[in-house]
Design a protein around this ligand. Structure first.
Ligand SMILES: O=C(O)CCC(=O)C(=O)O
Ligand SMILES: [Fe+2]
Length: 337
């Protein structure tokens, strides 16, 4: 790996001082193709600036907190006590990490297996097929394969759908424009199981999302239904993220650093690790090791606002993998527009 970096053209070499950003971006814009040894031939649009590249070895420190939701879902006889313990745990996890994993969450493994299976089938379709349900400038739902995060291309493909269909959005970004537009999902042709699995799964996600929202309200000392009124005409979205194997995982990211902009996110990841969370304590990137059948929950920007910054929305990213493909399925809970 170090070997390869020495073969990089000057403008892409890691620099500790005096990074010549302009030079970097100039080449970046040219979409200049890089070839270094037989290892990798990738478009420079994918190449992260040195300070954002993954570390050669991920910090194998602690994992994010793991929380058992059973006290909220199947309350035992002493349920008052265990519920307040649970909300305290959730409060600490939201405050210290902004991220946690949940088990005994009530989502049937059948629904999850079904959606994982149709998602893998979808991404394995020929490009022409996937492009038939491609996102466009008007409608952001459907397939997309060239998303950029912070202006660097991600090594991933996605499929997005709205949970309420059609979904209402402001027609423009103009603050005085009150016009709304209705947007509908796109579905691949001759693939009814795909739509069925997505629709069944989003129903399960919705139950879990509202359970979590209530627990988070309680953990802030609020009535449990405090946030529930904001979800009429919700703009909640489900995404399928597919990360193909990447020949240059030391230079790229599956998904660049970002925060989620919704209320909270419920993420199902497969058994391939890739998600890294920026630890609040020291800013280190921590790999979230997959726990079978668990979901990863994170506080997103709107809870940060609703909690008056008590719970912060935390940066995360996905490292690429040279050998294995990876699938993740985030459910982004959003209120009405
Ligand atoms: O794939 C993952 O583990 C995380 C994906 C993510 O952060 C997102 O879709 O917002
Ligand atoms: Fe995210």
């Amino acid at each position: 790996m170090i070997h390869l970096q020495h073969k990089l053209p000057n403008f892409l070499r890691p620099r500790t001082i005096n990074t010549n950003k302009q030079h970097y971006h100039h080449h970046h814009r040219l979409n200049y193709k890089l070839k270094f040894s037989a290892m990798a031939d990738i478009d420079t649009a994918f190449i992260q600036a040195p300070e954002h590249r993954p570390k050669p070895k991920s910090t194998a420190a602690e994992n994010i907190p793991l929380i058992d939701l059973s006290p909220a879902l199947n309350p035992p006889p002493d349920s008052d006590n265990s519920l307040s313990e649970l909300t305290a745990k959730i409060g600490r996890a939201c405050k210290n990490w902004g991220f946690f994993q949940v088990i005994n969450h009530g989502v049937p493994s059948k629904s999850r297996e079904k959606i994982e299976s149709v998602a893998r089938k979808f991404f394995a379709l020929p490009k022409e097929e996937k492009r038939k349900v491609m996102r466009d400038e008007v409608n952001p739902f459907g397939y997309y394969d060239s998303e950029h995060t912070k202006n660097v291309r991600d090594w991933k493909e996605v499929f997005d759908l709205a949970v309420e269909d059609p979904i209402l959005f402001p027609a423009s970004h103009e603050p005085d424009d009150t016009e709304l537009k209705a947007l509908s999902n796109r579905w691949p042709e001759n693939f009814p199981e795909f739509r069925e699995a997505c629709e069944e799964y989003t129903k399960e996600m919705e139950k879990l999302a509202f359970k979590l929202l209530e627990l988070i309200a309680l953990s802030l000392g609020l009535p449990k239904g405090r946030f529930n009124g904001f979800f009429k005409d919700q703009t909640t979205r489900l995404r399928l993220n597919y990360y193909p194997p990447c020949p240059a995982p030391h230079l790229t990211l599956g998904f660049g650093r970002h925060k989620d902009s919704g209320v909270l996110t419920i993420l199902g990841q497969d058994d391939i690790a890739g998600l890294e969370v920026k630890r609040k304590e020291d800013g280190e990137w921590i790999l979230v090791r997959p726990t079978p059948d668990a979901y990863i929950i994170n506080v997103a920007d709107i809870i940060q606002v609703w909690s008056n910054d008590e719970y912060e929305s935390v940066k995360h990213r996905v490292v690429a993998n040279s050998e294995k493909e990876r699938l993740s399925i985030p459910y982004f809970l959003y209120p009405s527009h």
